[in-house]
Ligand binder design. Structure first.
Ligand SMILES: [Zn+2]
Length: 315
């Protein structure tokens, strides 16, 4: 891993901007937002197969995104921030003590892209509902709930200089965005799986485009990966009609929603993982074959740097 003296700024979206870098304010309002009312998503966890209900509830300004394990006594609140992230295979997990919530990345991406700064997610199992492997259930739930504006201004983590992490042929770089937008790019290289191959996509994060172009993209597996997971007792209830499983010739018993659905899903995961920095983001992020662990490594730097900058700003 390589992280040469990274710096980021963090400031209110409406703080006076200096120089050419301005925080974009036309994608999300300057003020924090939450949901208008509570709304439920019900389904099964991909790995455990357990039925799970998660209720997305409005929360006051400054709460951030917080999971609440309501099946634990007393209830355990787990902030969806990088300091609560724990390493897990093929998914993003937060934990506090022995209480965990697994596979949070699709819900996190949906909340971040739809501009929800504050939300409680009350859950009765340790794994989020997988739906169809995409983020559609969460985007639809947020749309059903509606968005409620709050009085307090939102904090934005503005990438002020280059950050770079790399590991085993994968890399992730953050750079300032000249217009203060949140832009993500992913280069996917599945040279060992010709049905997927190489795909690249750049996306400027914004609510409507996210809902239409990124949220519907589903998780995918190679046939041999699906076989291995099943041999470990994981994902046994899921059929190829319910999750994208790629053979050499293409998806088994399924049709792609986009020709480049795989790279779109990688962008979905990246947006969700980066949102664990706990603030809105402004910067240009470029991932090459990056996964949840490397996304988490960069997010650690984002969160640390923004913390320093916050102290500096308030001094
Ligand atoms: Zn995913």
């Amino acid at each position: 891993m390589d992280s040469p003296h990274p710096t980021t700024e963090s400031r209110s979206a409406s703080a006076p901007s200096t120089g050419k870098r301005r925080v974009q304010t036309n994608v999300w309002p300057e003020h924090q937002q939450t949901l208008k009312r509570a709304v439920r998503v019900v389904g099964r966890g991909y790995f455990t197969g357990e039925e799970v209900t998660v209720e997305l509830r409005p929360a006051p300004a400054g709460t951030g995104i917080v999971f609440v394990r309501e099946d634990c006594h007393p209830h355990v609140r787990i902030p969806a921030r990088i300091d609560y992230r724990v390493d897990d295979m093929r998914r993003t997990t937060v934990a506090r003590g022995s209480a965990r919530v697994e596979m949070i990345e699709h819900a996190m991406a949906s909340l971040a892209a739809m501009g929800i700064d504050n939300c409680e997610l009350a859950i009765d199992r340790p794994e989020m509902p997988a739906g169809d492997g995409s983020a559609l259930d969460f985007v639809l739930a947020i749309s059903r709930a509606g968005i409620h504006p709050l009085r307090e201004r939102a904090d934005v983590c503005v990438v002020g200089s280059r950050l770079h992490v790399e590991r085993e042929g994968a890399s992730l770089t953050a750079e300032p965005h000249p217009e203060g937008r949140w832009e993500v790019r992913y280069d996917l290289a599945y040279d060992h799986a010709p049905a997927i191959g190489r795909q690249s996509l750049t996306f400027q994060v914004a609510p409507q485009r996210f809902a239409c172009e990124i949220a519907p993209a589903r998780s995918f597996l190679l046939e041999q990966e699906a076989r291995w997971l099943r041999s470990q007792g994981l994902g046994c209830h899921v059929t190829p009609q319910e999750v994208l499983v790629f053979a050499d010739t293409g998806p088994i018993d399924n049709e792609l929603r986009f020709d480049d659905e795989c790279v779109r899903h990688k962008l979905l995961d990246l947006i969700g993982d980066l949102s664990l920095c706990g603030r809105r983001l402004a910067g240009r992020f470029h991932a090459c074959r990056s996964g949840h662990q490397l996304n988490g490594a960069l997010t650690v730097h984002l969160a640390q740097c923004s913390g320093h900058a916050m102290q500096r700003c308030s001094a």
